[in-house]
Design a protein around this ligand. Structure first.
Ligand code: SF4
Ligand code: SF4
Length: 203
């Protein structure tokens, strides 16, 4: 057993040594290849230096990469959300579980002034949000999800960093494109639940 650990340790040290040496040569190799091909190549991320020349070069983000939450409405990219397509029911669970308490929700009302299960206002203070994803984990209506967008800097730390309901909403089409696996899993779960419900309902 000790011999096995020793071998694994040696293997790990060899990999580290390979990266160390490669970090001195990858720049030279890249410059040479760029000159030959006349364009900027994506740096290999499994050898040599573990960085890229951002923003010219970008790594592909993993699907589970998360930055800020977005609200989901049923529709296509380019469409505007409406009270018919929004998924949020203003239940308030996300606001309750949010550790830094950076979500504010105002429940919608019908023309007679009675509360309806819709949000008329929804705010997230993105300077306070700690990107934990708990709001998305706890939402029972798949109405709030974590998004990939991270280029949000503007140097201003005032009202523009409190995202409102218009800024927060994205379409299901957008979410399906950016999170294909999670979207496919969700669709399969919804289909199974609908089938179960249909089989339980009386003829
Ligand atoms: S986003 Fe989800 S958890 Fe938050 S209020 Fe809307 S429905 Fe409830
Ligand atoms: S990601 Fe975490 S901190 Fe940000 S709004 Fe959701 S629960 Fe709050």
């Amino acid at each position: 057993m000790i011999r096995l650990y020793g071998l694994e340790l040696l293997r790990g040290l060899t990999i580290t040594l390979g990266h160390f040496v490669s970090s001195y040569t990858v720049g030279l190799r890249r410059t040479f290849k760029n000159r030959l091909r006349g364009h900027v190549r994506q740096l290999p991320t499994d050898s040599g230096i573990f960085t890229v020349q951002y923003p010219e070069e970008r790594l592909k983000l993993p699907e589970r990469f998360r930055v800020l939450p977005v609200l989901i409405f049923d529709g296509k990219e380019g469409e505007k959300w409406s009270s018919q397509t929004e998924r949020c029911t203003a239940c308030g669970i996300c606001a309750k579980v949010c550790p830094p308490q950076c979500i504010w929700i105002v429940q919608g009302k019908d023309p007679q002034g009675k509360p309806v299960p819709k949000a008329s206002e929804f705010y997230i203070d993105v300077d306070v949000c700690m990107n934990c994803g708990l709001c998305a984990e706890f939402c029972p209506f798949d109405a709030i999800k974590m998004d990939h967008t991270f280029e949000l800097g503007g140097g201003e730390r005032g009202a523009s960093h409190i995202f409102d309901i218009d800024r927060l909403h994205v379409s299901t089409e957008y979410y399906g494109k950016t999170h294909p696996k999670a979207w496919a899993d969700e669709e399969a779960r919804r289909k199974t639940e609908a089938e179960k419900k249909a089989s339980r309902s009386p003829e």
